[in-house]
Every structure is written in structure tokens, then in C-alpha cells.
Design a protein around this ligand. Sequence first.
Ligand code: SF4
Length: 228
Amino acid sequence: MSEAKAKQAIDKAAQAQRQATRKALAKGADAPKVLELARQTLVRAERVIAQVLALMPAPRPIACTAGCPYCCHVRVTVAAPELFLIADYLRRSWGAQARGLLKRRLANIVSATRNRPEEIRNALRLPCALLDGEGRCSIHSVRPLSCRAVVSVDVQACRVAHARRMQGAVPQHAYQALAADGIGYALYAGLADRGYPIENIDLAEGLLRVIEDEGALARWLAQEPIFG
Ligand code: SF4
């Protein structure tokens, strides 16, 4: 019963997400609408995750805590509106020097990983460029949906996977992933409804591109293949 309700909640939120995406990207869409769409996407994801976790609690307590960075060493992919929101957040809240250092970290990751298979990239175990010096996500409030989908119920398994260069299973709560991914797929569906390509953009590569190019959002809205 609870499981059916949880699935219904995800379906309902996904339908609302697809509609909201179509609306935000209707004729006359502009940068503020795209950023607001991305903000509301994250709000909706958090809301449905909370709903679903109340209906289907994790089998064991969730082990993720601030400053626990083990899973932040694998490749993360994002949709374009998520990237623009992160870049906007960085422009508003980080100084020029911090952004310059971030660009260098992103460029290093891109040069070490571009065109390399997923398993090699994971084996490199490079920390996400957005981790701060204490192992915390420095953009926590605007972190991508794919980061929100991952939730461990066994920190020891996370340690072991990290020590084995991101190999090995980590027990997770599947419903957290279903809820976050449901919103992510609906975002992509809405983008496709409006003629935008479905792109799983590499976080490091995409972020480097949009923070180096202030006109990236306008060109993306004009449907130029900026992530091609
Ligand atoms: S964006 Fe934040 S949560 Fe996601 S991998 Fe990077 S540091 Fe971790």
C-alpha cells in the first residue's frame, strides 16, 4: 500500500515537472525563467523525496552526513538548466579568486578524464571540483539531482568502495533514487518536448564551459549545441 502510494507520488511529481518544464521553455523563454525552472526542479525533488521517504523509510538509518565525501569521487552528469543554476550561484556567491581556482580544478579534471571510459574515470577517483577543503559540497543548496539521488545506508561500505577505487556495491535506499531520478527524467522529457536535446552533461566539462562563457545560457536558449 505504502509502496503504491510512493510510486503514485513520484508519478504525480514527474508529471508536474514535465509540465513546468514545458511552460518555462515556451516561446519567449529567457534566462530568469530557466534559472527559476532549475530552482523549482530542486524544490520539487526535495519535496517528493521527503514524501517518499515518509511512506517508504530506509531499511537502515541513512548514513550520509555533511563532510562525508566518499561518493563525490565518481563522474556526475547533469541537465543543462542545473548547470546554469550552479554557474549563477557561483557568480553571485563566490569571489573572482575562488572562481579562478575552481576553473583550474575543473580544467585539470577535464584534461584527465575527457574521452576516457567510465570505469577508468572512476578508478582515477578524482574528487569533485566542488568539494571544499573539509570534504563538504560547496554548492550544497544547488547540487545536482544525480547527487541527491544517492544515499547510503552503510558508511563502512562507502569507505571500502572508496579504498577500492570506487569499486564494490554500496547499499542504498532505492526509493530516494527513484524519486530524484523521476524528477530528472521528467525534466529531460519537458526539454525534449520543447526541442532541446537530451544531454547527460559531464558536470566538470559542462560547468567549465558555462562559467567561462557568460553568453552560454542565451546561446543554449537559442538551441545552439554548446555542449556538443
Ligand atoms: S556537486 Fe557536491 S554533492 Fe555532487 S559530487 Fe560534487 S561535491 Fe559531491
